[in-house]
Design a protein around this ligand. Structure first.
Ligand code: HEM
Length: 468
């Protein structure tokens, strides 16, 4: 895609012959934070991945976030690789019809149908599941001296989301369904790179798993229809209908539950992992938070009412989502004939990347942006486009309240019971979704208040100022 001669050329790195913006995409995945920063520092708020080519453009800062996220008739989400696959296959039925990827009109109606099941009042019903599954994990932790924190958080959040979605009682069944869901999600990346349906290839395997998952979810839907009292998310979605009587079809139920699982699981485990890590690196903040938790909860899990009485915990989560939130970038596709952004013309079909990672580190919005300073939130107010760990606009995270409740329950229970201390090993590498690539090993002790900062090596030092 070339800009016409009268349009201002979008600045950016000189493209390598043949590769164009693809070299930039590679960098975005291989060294995401260094690359995003260097683009922003070198070229400013509007940057093409390949100089002068508007096919792939980064748009940084609150103004760009506002333009991209508040105008769905100009900037649309895109189904990406799913768009090119044959439509009536298990993989597309499960993954390609998700809420995130729907055309705007359909999206509005579907989101309207999903909303009640994720409303603040409804998610209060999942508090007991969250407490019971965390308790179960903590009992197991009593026998450990070391653990891999990211792995533990992944299993916990997986079990919580499966339990909340399907209300399954049997632990083995939760585990089994959770594994099938997770394996299907993990198989997608390789499968979509080469969608060739030949036995032995990743796409074929992924298709097989999606088929198995589809059957398992259909059986669950049938079972739910016979349980009039069930109060889980799937049961709510089955019962739900809008003012015009529109209901979710079985196909929609399947793809929405899959999306909720995918969107709600690794994001929350990553956020929990970094909150615990950052507290470990800031002994005084940890001590103050523990004072609050103990004074309010006395060693117990929070009730729904108490969840609203923990301002320090609120600020700690808010600040760790600012610095180490799992959503670091997002993207939209121009669906209008063209759009003028920051003085440059974006043509139809241009892909535009926005970035929480860059916005949340802008010194004009956040003083000492690299420091973990939860206290800043006792006075600081930021707009929806200046602080956006859950996105903004029509596609803002539908599970944000669920995630906040889950993080508060899990953190308050862990921190009162245990002290986790970073166990130095491999330098910490972090991927574009903030996932610690090789996990996060921790030493675990009963909570004895012996807080101390352990020196850490690796990429984390580029993301957070841990010296002070
Ligand atoms: C800390 C945890 C989470 C973070 C940081 C997070 C972040 C986000 C972000 C940034 C978006 C918007 C993406 C965009 O518009 O470009 C989003 C959308 C979404 N999230 Fe979350 N999320 C989290 C947890 C959850 C949970 C627990 C669920 C479900 C139970 C969930 C379900 C969804 C869904 C369905 C969407 C698509 C909404 C739409 O397109 O209308 N998320 N999330």
């Amino acid at each position: 895609m070339k800009a016409s001669s009268t349009e201002k050329s979008i600045p950016g790195p000189q493209a390598l012959p043949m590769l164009g913006w693809r070299a930039g995409m590679f960098k975005l995945y291989s060294e995401p934070f260094r690359y995003l920063r260097s683009l922003h520092n070198t070229y400013g708020n509007i940057v093409a991945l390949a100089k002068g080519d508007p096919s792939y453009v980064c748009a940084f800062g609150p103004e760009a976030n506002f333009a991209l996220l508040s105008q769905p008739d100009i900037f649309a989400v895109s189904a990406g690789p799913f768009e090119k696959l044959p439509e009536d296959t298990p993989l597309v039925r499960i993954g390609g019809n998700s809420l995130q990827m729907m055309r705007e009109e359909q999206h509005k109606q579907q989101r309207h149908l999903l909303q009640p099941a994720l409303h603040r009042q409804q998610i209060g019903n999942y508090r007991d599941y969250m407490v019971a599954l965390t308790e179960h994990m903590l009992e197991h932790w009593q026998r450990l001296t070391e653990l891999e924190l990211y792995y533990e958080m992944e299993i916990l959040t997986r079990n919580i989301v499966v339990k909340a979605l399907f209300g399954i009682e049997d632990e083995a069944e939760i585990e089994q369904l959770g594994k099938l869901l997770q394996q299907t999600v993990s198989s997608l990346t390789l499968a979509l790179l080469a969608p060739i349906d030949i036995p032995g290839l990743p796409y074929h395997r992924s298709m097989h798993m999606a088929g198995e998952l589809e059957n398992a979810l259909l059986a669950l839907i049938e079972r739910k229809r016979r349980q009039a009292e069930a109060n889980d998310l799937l049961a709510m979605l089955i019962r739900t209908s809008d003012e015009d009587g529109a209901r979710l079809s079985d196909k929609q139920l399947i793809s929405h539950t899959f999306t909720l699982f995918t969107a709600g699981h690794e994001t929350t485990s990553t956020a929990l992992t970094w909150s615990i890590f950052l507290l470990g690196q800031h002994p005084q903040i940890f001590a103050d938070l523990l004072d609050e938790l103990e004074a309010t909860l006395h060693g117990e899990a929070p009730t729904l009412e108490q969840l609203g009485q923990l301002p320090q915990l609120d600020r700690v989560i808010k600040e760790s989502l600012r610095l180490m939130g799992p959503a670091t970038i997002g993207q939209r596709r121009v669906i209008a004939p063209s759009y003028e952004l920051g003085g440059y013309t974006l043509p139809r079909d241009a892909t535009v990347i926005y970035s929480q990672f860059i916005t949340h580190r802008m010194p004009e919005l956040y003083a000492e942006p690299e420091r973990f300073l939860p206290e800043r939130w006792s006075t600081l107010k930021r707009t929806a486009y200046e602080y956006l760990p859950f996105g903004a606009g029509q596609h803002r995270c539908i599970g944000a309240d669920f995630a906040m409740q889950e993080m508060k329950v899990v953190l308050s229970m862990i921190l009162q019971r245990f002290r986790l201390e970073y166990l130095p090993g491999k330098p910490l590498a972090i991927d574009l979704t903030m996932r610690p690539r090789h996990g996060l090993p921790m030493r675990i002790r009963p909570q004895d208040r012996q807080f101390r900062r352990i020196p850490v090596e690796g990429m984390i030092a580029e993301l957070v100022d841990l010296r002070s």
